[in-house]
Design a binder for this molecule. Sequence first.
Ligand SMILES: *Cc1c(COP(=O)(O)O)cnc(C)c1O
Length: 436
Amino acid sequence: MDLCERDARCLWHPYSAWGADLPLFGVRRAEGVRLYLEEGRELIDGMASWWCVIHGYNHPVLNAAIEHQLRDMAHVMFGGLTHEPAVALAERLVAITPDGLDVVFFADSGSVAIEAAMKMAIQYQIARGRPGRRFLVPRGGYHGDTLHAMSVCDPVTGMHGLFREVLPQQLFVDRPEPAFGQPCEAHHLAALEAAFAEHADSLAGVILEPIVQGAGGMRFYSADWLRAVRALCDRHDIPLIADEIATGFGRSGHLFACEHAGVTPDILALGKALTGGYMTLAALLTTPKIAGTIAGGEPGLFMHGPTFMANPLACAVARASIDLLLESPWQARVDAIEDGLRRGLAPCAALPHVAEVRVLGAIGVVELTDPVDMKTVQPRFVEHGVWVRPFGRLVYLMPPYVIDEEDLARLCGAVVEVVGELTVHGGRCVPRNASI
Ligand SMILES: *Cc1c(COP(=O)(O)O)cnc(C)c1O
């Protein structure tokens, strides 16, 4: 039995049906921007393993950081104990994030960090004796797969219908408009302002992805809209939670997407690229005001503490990844990727089933008119020697920052080819020559 057959008998994959006959590819090894498959093929990676692998795979500096830490300790509990990797990482995070975010809380994944951020906002309101318990959330967002994180995901794409009876009801506002680079006008903000005016007392906080809405639709929105939310949060004294789990560490063209708007959130969530894609780790940063208010309330403790909190291996590699990023010409690399994506994906705009092509930083998106049929389309990308994993109507690229011009051009060329072959059959985009 080969690897994929063994897999199919006993494994579940992300958002998949057990036993479904979907294409699956065994990876033997990964290095730089390449995945080496069991069957011998090599693929240029366009996904950075879902935003994480910013420095490429199998990086000697990150390998060394883990090996070095491993000699001292792989793990130790964080209750009552501390260690150099955690402290050094927290110091770096405080130094590189917007001013005022001085207190760090580590969690073990993005979803868990969002749960903790929501609990932090609720405990802050409890400590102040305020009644607010729910969250104001723009539509079109994605914040993770655990139940409270799901409750702030887009109500349509976030499966709210399926989990209606168990999800807390949040206050949704229309998705942020207009698009990135365009100025907000009064009508873009009217509903938002009305929601604050009417419901501010019932709110524990506002949660959003700054500038880039990721898995909820891959949209880039106006910095004015984010500034307007910040101003409304200030006026109504409500904490703003910025989920930069996807955008953090340079992906949008600034180190943090909030910087596009010059906005500092009250709670910042980081994950994904935090460890350069080596280990699962997430972090929340908040202000002394919020942390201090919680400390001064009842019971005076922040009620959260994962078993693997501040895992030393994860902290050590995260610190090495941040140093590697800041010592690299990351800004010039991301700018070059932005140029390459704009040039490389531009021909898609003229293709029949393409609704829009958009690029920001090292993120390139081709939005189709209909959802992609994964079973027939995914293998086409592999045949073209690239790893691209569309979802819904979106074919998108977010390669490691170390990708060179030639590989980026090949990646974009493959997208143009595969998208150019698509036709709509039974409401889905399929390759024209697919046997259906
Ligand atoms: C991926 C993601 C999450 C969830 O992170 P996990 O590590 O998958 O739990 C939360 N928010 C955003 C914006 C994300 O992109």
